[in-house]
Ligand binder design. Structure first.
Ligand code: SF4
Length: 343
């Protein structure tokens, strides 16, 4: 990809800033509401004031680009088995001490080439992908680039996926969600204290964003990283599953994902036994619960909620349609729950 000449080397003007006078600006993109002046950045490191203007400093600065299975996002009910052109930017507005992607989420390059939204769409099409995912780091802090690219993607017949922590304010979310087709939203715990102590965030804005995404008609799946002793207690898993069921719907998929020691967290990895028990508890409340980050597990299969026929068998990222006839159950004709191609 080639770099693009932008009006300023610091990036284009950023949205959702308020001018508070005397050179101070406040960002209202996420609940941190950072206040900054010339030369300073927000907590996310990618939004700052330069040349007297709040700017999207990392507009079009990409950390990674790969064609991935949609299952890797993870999304199991959004065109299962298809390939997604996946791109990542830099940094994050949270600071989870157990981050599984910390080398890009807790840093950003001082200087880097930029790509344009059009180049991203062309790359997706060149890789034969009809879906584009913003993933690997927190996409919402790169709001302007995500919005511009998602609009172009829609016009080109490419769907847009966000893999996000959901820590964003309602107004910017309302402006972006009409352009987003599917989201995997991370709910790390149902305890606000967990977010405050371990993530430099709070819980309520994330729950609000989940409701908003479902309310605006997006396809939503939820991920919870299960960390031994931190958030793996059955009552917490049950609380999460009950909240999803009552607030988002009992057929919204939940991915309970195995953690491994990374970044500043030295706790032992999640065992298959812990994850299997968490899946069992969550299935008391929800129709579709999956175990993630385990190489071999029948807990990754999707079955018909009406007759129990296995629709899709997954072993790692090997995905096989075994019990569907087109877009419905081959046994009882119940329609696939979610979105799927008809082949
Ligand atoms: S998006 Fe970044 S700059 Fe804006 S409030 Fe959040 S952390 Fe601060």
């Amino acid at each position: 990809m080639t770099s693009m000449i932008l009006p300023s080397k610091y990036g284009p003007p950023a949205l959702f800033f308020t001018n508070e006078g005397e050179g101070h600006f406040r960002c209202r993109l996420c609940p941190h509401h950072c206040r900054m002046t010339e030369g300073q950045n927000g907590l996310c490191r990618v939004r700052g004031v330069r040349e007297g203007i709040p700017r999207a400093l990392c507009y079009g600065v990409i950390s990674a680009a790969h064609a991935d299975p949609v299952e890797k996002k993870p999304l199991y009910h959004f065109f299962p088995g298809e390939t997604v052109y996946s791109i990542g930017g830099w940094s994050c507005n949270l600071a989870c001490f157990f981050c599984q992607n910390w080398s890009i989420s807790q840093d950003r390059p001082a200087e880097a080439d930029r790509v344009t939204p059009a180049q991203i769409i062309h790359a997706a099409q060149a890789n034969r992908c009809r879906h584009l995912a913003f993933t690997y780091n927190e996409p919402l802090i790169g709001y302007e680039f995500v919005l511009d690219t998602a609009k172009l993607a829609r016009a080109a017949g490419v769907s847009t996926i966000l893999v996000t922590n959901g820590f964003v304010e309602e107004e910017p979310a309302a402006g972006l969600l009409p352009w987003i087709d599917a989201l995997n939203i991370d709910i790390k715990s149902m305890e606000d204290e967990f977010y405050r102590h371990h993530c430099r965030g709070t819980l309520e804005p994330i729950l609000k964003f989940c409701r908003q995404a479902v309310g605006q008609g997006c396809h939503v799946e939820i991920t919870n990283l299960v960390i031994p002793t931190l958030n793996d207690r059955p009552e917490l898993i049950r609380q999460l599953a009950r909240w999803i069921s009552s607030e988002l719907g009992h057929r919204v998929p939940l991915h309970l994902s195995a953690y491994h020691p990374d970044y500043e967290c030295k706790l032992p990895p999640t065992t298959a036994a812990i994850l299997t028990e968490a899946v069992r508890v969550a299935r008391e409340e929800l129709q579709f619960v999956y175990a993630g980050n385990l190489v071999e597990s029948a807990e990754q299969d999707t079955s018909c909620p009406q007759c129990g026929n296995v629709w899709i068998r997954r072993r790692g990222y090997q995905v096989e349609r075994v019990g569907l006839s087109g877009i419905e159950c081959a046994r009882c004709r119940h329609p696939f729950e979610g979105r799927i191609g008809d082949k």
